[in-house]
Design a binder for this molecule. Structure first.
Ligand code: FHN
Length: 480
């Protein structure tokens, strides 16, 4: 009997799989360009590792490296670009930059404190720059001398960091720049046979370093690739494709965004047939999609700076610096559109955070502590967007949160539900205060806020019932 049941289950699973495979094959046949190194999957990944990544929703990005030493200033002059790019500034001689490792000694670095701060901010994953475009490695790589081992600090920085974050319950992903200004074999483009030979050696180096990172830090959940826009990289789609598969084979479940890949025609992120490569769309940098249509059903992640465009530590932040509420709105908007949101921090060379960043962490954390339920596992709710803010649905449930950023002068928040959905209750998350929705039309309500003054976004949990219209009343459509 048991055998029959198991056989039945397996047959059903097999049939579903075959049907899906056939649908995918059919769809792929519609692709107009034959590709070997295009997207290998249609739709989002459905495995547990990806589901976990998707549920976390809020991450912390950390850009930390030698660039924190000059902090955007050299010989009394201020570099107006992003601090981590200072080596490319005409006022910064390469030989001076390349000697900075001799001073890198983060004596105040406290990984437990970093992790505790990230946790209290509400971050569920963290991305750390293992090496940025300058090529300096925060781990003692056996494939390079330009590493933390050559600095006065000498010890590995990544290991203790990963351990502390993991202990705090935070997943760690590793940022890795393909561009490497320090490596003698790195070329932006390959112009002759010597360049091609260097390019091949460089690929071996990249592969070795990535395998080394996986072997040294087996708890990491993903790689966050960057610096993949140069011709030398995008003109070898076969290599990035094979590399992705190689890394997956070493560490099944690894999450890697669309920046790694190119197809054989040089298309990046999306292959030449418009299909997403990698596990999620990774092009949302310092910008967010406007509507759900902009994300085309794909998993995606946005990375955001606090000032306009500074990732590494810059002593002089210029221009607008985002406030707690502005950042919360970006986080909420991202989740409401099925995305993850990652906020960047650029610690100082001594291992401490600037005051502005500490204050932001505290402010965001205060809100997340009360309202984080609306963020984690949040998804697009499928309700008509209203001007007061954003809806977020707890994945797979009838619980929908309203996150209110703009309270109308009337204090009445309009809620329009899809057909055959009714609102049976509402409560303020922070206070548990019950709000009584007023029915104002078919599937349409007002929620009256008792208090119109607040200095942070208000979250209201809606209880909805789907299946039939429960409202009493007759609502006639206007004849026009
Ligand atoms: O050039 C880098 C930049 O310095 C920073 O690391 C950002 C983070 O997403 N990525 C590159 C620009 O896209």
């Amino acid at each position: 009997m048991m055998n029959k049941i198991i056989t039945g289950i397996l047959t059903a699973a097999c049939c579903t799989f075959m049907m899906q495979a056939t649908a995918q094959e059919q769809q792929l046949k519609k692709d107009t360009i034959a590709l070997i190194h295009g997207a290998h999957r249609m739709g989002n990944r459905t495995d547990a590792d990806m589901a976990r990544w998707r549920s976390l929703r809020f991450g912390q990005f950390i850009h930390w490296g030698l660039y924190a030493i000059p902090g955007g200033e050299w010989n009394g002059k201020t570099y107006n670009g992003a601090a981590e790019w200072i080596r490319s500034w005409k006022e910064m001689p390469h030989e001076d930059y390349d000697k900075l490792y001799r001073q890198f000694n983060p004596v105040n670095f406290n990984p437990q404190q970093w992790a505790a701060q990230a946790k209290s901010m509400g971050a569920k994953y963290m991305i750390i720059t293992t090496k940025h475009h300058d090529g300096f490695c925060l781990w003692p790589s056996k494939y390079s001398k330009y590493t933390i081992a050559s600095s006065p600090w000498k010890k590995d920085l990544l290991g203790p960091m990963i351990e502390a974050y993991n202990k705090a319950g935070i997943d760690v992903h590793l940022y890795f720049s393909i561009i490497d200004w320090n490596h003698p074999d790195y070329r932006a483009s390959l112009k002759n046979a010597a360049d091609s030979a260097a390019g091949k050696r460089f690929q071996v180096f990249v592969k070795n370093q990535l395998a080394e990172l996986l072997q040294r830090y087996p708890t990491i959940k993903g790689f966050w690739f960057d610096g993949t826009w140069d011709d030398s990289w995008k003109n070898d789609g076969a290599f990035s494709d094979e590399l992705e598969q190689y890394l997956q084979s070493l560490h099944p479940g690894l999450v890697m965004g669309s920046r790694l890949r190119a197809d054989e025609k040089g298309a990046r992120h999306f292959d030449s047939n418009g299909r997403l490569m990698g596990d999620y769309e990774q092009g949302w940098e310092r910008k967010l999609p406007a509507t759900i249509d902009d994300v085309h059903g794909n998993d995606w992640e946005a990375v955001m700076t606090v000032p306009e465009n500074q990732w590494g530590y810059h002593a002089k932040w210029a221009g607008h610096v985002k406030t707690v509420n502005e950042i919360l709105e970006m986080l909420v908007k991202s989740v409401s559109l099925n995305g993850n949101f990652v906020l960047n921090f650029g610690p100082k060379a001594d291992g401490t955070y600037r005051t502005e960043e500490q204050q932001l962490m505290t402010g965001i954390g205060q809100w997340m502590k009360v309202n984080g339920d609306a963020i984690y596992n949040g998804t697009y709710a499928g309700f008509e967007k209203q001007d007061w803010g954003y809806y977020i649905r707890k994945a797979g449930t009838d619980s929908v949160y309203m996150v209110v950023f703009n309270i109308p002068v009337s204090g009445s928040l309009r809620v329009k539900l899809p057909a055959r959905t009714s609102l049976t209750g509402a409560s303020v998350l922070q206070s548990n205060a019950t709000l009584t929705p007023e029915l104002i039309g078919r599937n349409e309500y007002f929620i009256h806020l008792p208090n119109k003054t607040t200095d942070s976004p208000v979250v209201i949990l809606l209880k909805t019932v789907t299946g039939e219209n429960k409202e009493k009343g007759s609502f006639e459509k206007a004849k026009t």
